[in-house]
Design a protein around this ligand. Structure first.
Ligand SMILES: [Zn+2]
Length: 302
């Protein structure tokens, strides 16, 4: 790191008033005195302006482990099912699409039903997405005026952004009035966060915002949406097990990607019949109580 630091107001309500919440190495999380949002402050400039992700380029996004994780039929199973529930056909834009795994499998699952578009600050990842049949938008997200989409998705993106509200507002401008915006962010009230606290691997420098059901709803409201559906999804017991035993040292991007690839493989393995049933049952239970790893909010323009 060592780059210049940016000071932030609350990314949800704009308040300047916040108090220290959690310290993990160099990473300082604060809590907004007005709305309770937890966010990183200050933030190194390269993490705030997207250059960090563009520079990671092929080294990370195009590594074997990362691609194996993103290009697995089970990786986006739940996301595809969710999108399908709200949008049966039309033009889809995936913001922060990386190498295009979600859009690729959406098209494979429902050939001909969707026109798939992706955009990302990581240009090498985006170039790969193009080779997989994704229509890529290689422009600044804020310069896309005049286009219109039936659904816009943000899968694990808003937690990385310095100003997530400006992205949701821009998405609203690009959305058909009857369209949907679907947001997935890590759940700061998940079982894993509750059990692990600062030892949780997903409290990491790239995650600038730590949302709860309440704060993601407040963000959507301020950006001009109302929330039509909320849920939680995904659960990885191996992450909890590993992080409980670890000393809270940083888990590298490569290690996280390798574990996701392995977990995807396990989810598909026939040999793990019994264990898979237990896993599915635990995820169902956690989802029911809102404790799964990720929060989902489906938004409609107001
Ligand atoms: Zn606030």
């Amino acid at each position: 790191m060592g780059s210049e630091m940016i000071n932030r107001n609350c990314p949800v309500c704009g308040s300047v008033s916040h108090a220290p919440f959690l310290q993990k190495g160099q990473l300082a999380l604060v809590k907004c005195a007005e709305c309770g949002m937890v966010f990183v402050n200050p933030v190194p400039r390269d993490l705030g302006d997207g250059t960090f992700y563009d520079e990671k380029g092929s080294r990370f996004y195009l590594s074997d482990e990362k691609l194996k994780g993103d290009y697995s039929p089970v990786r986006y199973e739940r996301e595809i099912k969710l999108l399908r529930r709200f949008c049966k056909r039309g033009k889809i834009l995936d913001v922060g699409c990386s190498t295009g795994g979600f859009l690729f499998y959406l098209n494979q699952t429902f050939p001909g039903d969707y026109e798939i578009w992706g955009t990302d600050v990581a240009r090498e990842a985006l170039a790969f997405a193009k080779t997989k049949g994704v229509n890529v938008i290689d422009e600044n997200f804020f310069d896309l005026k005049g286009r219109q989409f039936d659904a816009i998705t943000f899968w694990a993106v808003l937690e990385h952004l310095l100003d997530p509200q400006s992205f949701l507002k821009a998405a609203k401008e690009l959305l058909h009035p009857d369209g949907f915006c679907i947001v997935l962010v890590p759940n700061f009230k998940s079982l894993a966060t509750r059990m692990l606290g600062s030892k949780y691997r997903y409290i990491l420098p790239q995650h600038l915002n730590y949302f709860t059901n309440q704060t993601v709803g407040a963000l959507a409201q301020r950006a001009g949406f109302h929330v039509v559906h909320r849920s939680t999804m995904h659960f990885n017991p191996i992450v909890i097990w590993q992080d409980l035993r670890a000393k809270g040292t940083e888990v590298s991007d490569e290690e996280r990607a390798a574990l996701l690839a392995k977990t995807n493989a396990m989810k598909q393995s026939k040999a793990l019949g019994g264990a898979r049933a237990v896993y599915r049952f635990s995820e169902t239970l956690l989802r029911r109580f809102g404790f799964a790893d990720n929060l989902i909010a489906v938004l409609k323009p107001r």
